[in-house]
Design a protein around this ligand. Structure first.
Ligand code: NAD
Ligand code: AHE
Ligand code: ZN
Ligand code: ZN
Length: 372
């Protein structure tokens, strides 16, 4: 198979708009798969990396990690996927064989993580080129390209009945939020929950909390435009920290007779991470960090907060093992167990992708979905 030409949004340097270009793509090598991306969401993490705040950010790169597509070709030795299969690219691979996969304790497969973090395929090279010069991959996915090459172990095969222009959101945001509730916090019926940040991730936490039958779901944001959607999805209380002259954790502790059972930080703000921990109930409250903070940022609290029983945790991709568990989550969607339409506030072609970033920064979108 020869090099193919495809259309991509290239991030040439940090802080600059993406540039829509025709790029060259090498065919899939051993253990790799060529995927035609049908749709991709735009996640805040794409904006985070584009901003230059990501210590792993590397340019030029093709960003995007929330996609759905169809297999167009497979490389040597690929056995689990065939041309025509519908797939969701995974930024957390699942090899099934590494120490992490076998541990039964984490979804953080490490088989390709080191090269992935350097913007490279597992053999240490790229598949994308422009005028003969390499363009780096992103999070092992690079879904802001009409075609991409992904390791076989970084693809979840899903039902062909699932609309790719919707279930692409399960490639990151919705799975992350729902999974953090179910797999990381393990929220139980009757528990109380606080959700900080009502973007795609925080709203998915609300869906997860409703599915877990949480008794109270307190949704917190400084952008009140997010409150209607939060309430529609099941938030019982919506609060804006700017309405109070005391720390928001004190407000929540008062509202809940001592604090919530579980809280989730879905922003990437280290000060809010502290509030999220400190609004948890003494003795047992657990706070889950989902938001991604920039290079050099650190979290802090009084150790006494932990001594007195609060627990600080983190969650990546909702603790979900992509190859073995994501197909089942797609089935749950198809069975009507949760919805995705509310998340998709905008759709557009790749040529308008910079508008999707603008909408996110202006707080006007939940998810923009790029349709190829
Ligand atoms: P988003 O931009 O759509 O939503 C963020 C929300 O936070 C917005 O509604 C915004 O108004 C609100 N917000 C900002 N500052 C706030 C403050 N001080 N107090 C209260 N609310 C505030 O982002 P998103 O796509 O939902 O992503 C959220 C975070 O999750 C990002 O940091 C992203 O990088 C991260 N993320 C992590 C994972 C993971 O696996 N851990 C996966 C996906 C995204
Ligand atoms: N590269 C950053 C960290 C970025 C990060 O935390 N990524 C999340 C997924 S965000 C998806 O929108 C994650 O899953 N991390 C686990 C992993 O293995 O990357 C940095 O700080 O260097
Ligand atoms: Zn994401
Ligand atoms: Zn593994």
């Amino acid at each position: 198979m020869d090099m193919i030409k495809t259309r991509a949004a290239v991030a040439w340097e940090a802080g600059k708009p993406l540039s829509i270009e025709e790029v060259d793509l090498m065919p899939p090598q051993k253990g790799e798969v060529l995927v035609r991306i049908v749709a991709t969401g735009v996640c805040h993490t794409d904006a985070f990396t584009l901003s230059g705040d990501d210590p792993e950010g590397i340019f030029p790169a093709i960003l995007g990690h929330e996609g759905g597509g169809i297999v167009e070709a497979v490389g040597e030795g690929v056995t689990s996927l065939a041309v025509g299969d519908h797939v969701i690219p995974l930024y957390t691979a699942e090899c099934g064989e590494c120490k992490f996969c076998k541990s039964g304790k984490t979804n953080l497969c490490q088989a390709v993580r080191a090269t992935q973090g350097k913007g490279l395929m597992p053999d240490g090279t790229t598949r994308f080129f422009k005028d003969g010069k390499p363009i780096f991959h992103y999070m092992g996915c690079s879904t802001f390209a009409e075609h991409t090459v992904v390791p076989e172990i970084s693809l979840a095969k899903i039902s062909k009945a699932a609309p790719l222009e919707k279930v692409c959101l399960l490639g990151c945001g919705v799975t992350t939020g729902m999974g953090a509730v179910k797999n990381t916090a393990k929220v139980q019926e009757g528990d109380t929950v606080a959700v900080f940040g009502l973007g795609g991730i925080g709203l998915a936490v609300i869906i997860g909390a409703v599915m877990a039958k949480a008794s109270r779901i307190i949704a917190i944001d400084i952008n009140e435009d997010k409150f209607d959607i939060a309430k529609k999805l099941g938030a019982t209380d919506v609060i804006n920290p700017n309405d109070y002259d005391k720390p928001i954790q004190d407000v929540i502790v008062e509202m809940t007779d001592g604090g919530v059972d579980y809280s989730f930080e879905c922003i990437g703000n280290v000060k809010v991470m502290r509030s999220a921990l400190e609004c948890c109930h003494k003795g047992w409250g657990e706070s889950v960090i989902i938001g991604v903070a920039g290079a050099g940022q650190e979290i802090s609290t009084r150790p006494f907060q932990l001594v007195t029983g609060r627990v600080w945790k983190g969650s990546a991709f909702g603790g979900v093992k992509g190859r073995s568990q994501l197909p089942g989550i797609v089935e749950q969607y198809l069975n009507g167990e949760f919805e995705l339409d509310t998340f998709i506030t905008h759709t557009m072609g790749l040529e308008d992708i910079n508008h999707a970033f603008d909408l996110m920064h202006e707080g006007k979108s939940i998810r923009s979905v790029i349709l190829y």
